[in-house]
Design a protein around this ligand. Sequence first.
Ligand code: ZN
Length: 221
Amino acid sequence: MSALQVSINDQSYAPQRIFCIGKNYDEHVKELGGQTPEEPVVFMKPVSSIVAPGETLLMPRHGNLLHHEVEVVLLIGREGQDIPEADALSYIAGVTLGLDLTLRDVQGRLKKTGLPWELSKSFEQSAPLGDFKAYDSNSIDLENFSFICSVNGDLRQQGNTCDMLFPVRSLISTLSRWWTLRPGDIIYTGTPAGVGPLDSGDVVVIESPVTGSFSWTLARD
Ligand code: ZN
């Protein structure tokens, strides 16, 4: 398989990392019965788990409860370390929506025993990702960005980035203290409330006025 390439405005990026933020919307933290975090919760998915819009998603076989989590996703455009919040948005090259697919039953077991989340979050095809749109701070407001997820035509999740516990500026600033951010880095920024199960045959659609809509169909292997 060749390396993933993302192109925006004639600029090409080769993503090597996907950072994912957990527990970034209070209503979602509550629906899972968790604690509101004091700093961003970070985990990662391999770039090989990305699935382009329209491709079939195969149900993973090592869990029983596959959940959709719609999220605003950022593409980093330039290298940065210790980025001040005031400059953070200038590091963004692109914006889209993605699904942080999660095996909720497996995650429950891992959380209970204090084990890492990879089996529940970082499996094959766990990162369906829309097409990136060039980020322009004049036309895209990342502090008031609404988005939805529907399954078979039923609205399941309705979010707005204004409800983030750690807004985009803060996420980029914090991540850049813990890692050197690089062009091509992808950031899934967390899911709002309404996560729920997906089954074989379901059609999942994620949509926002800024990005348009992207969809995937689930199937069993
Ligand atoms: Zn998530």
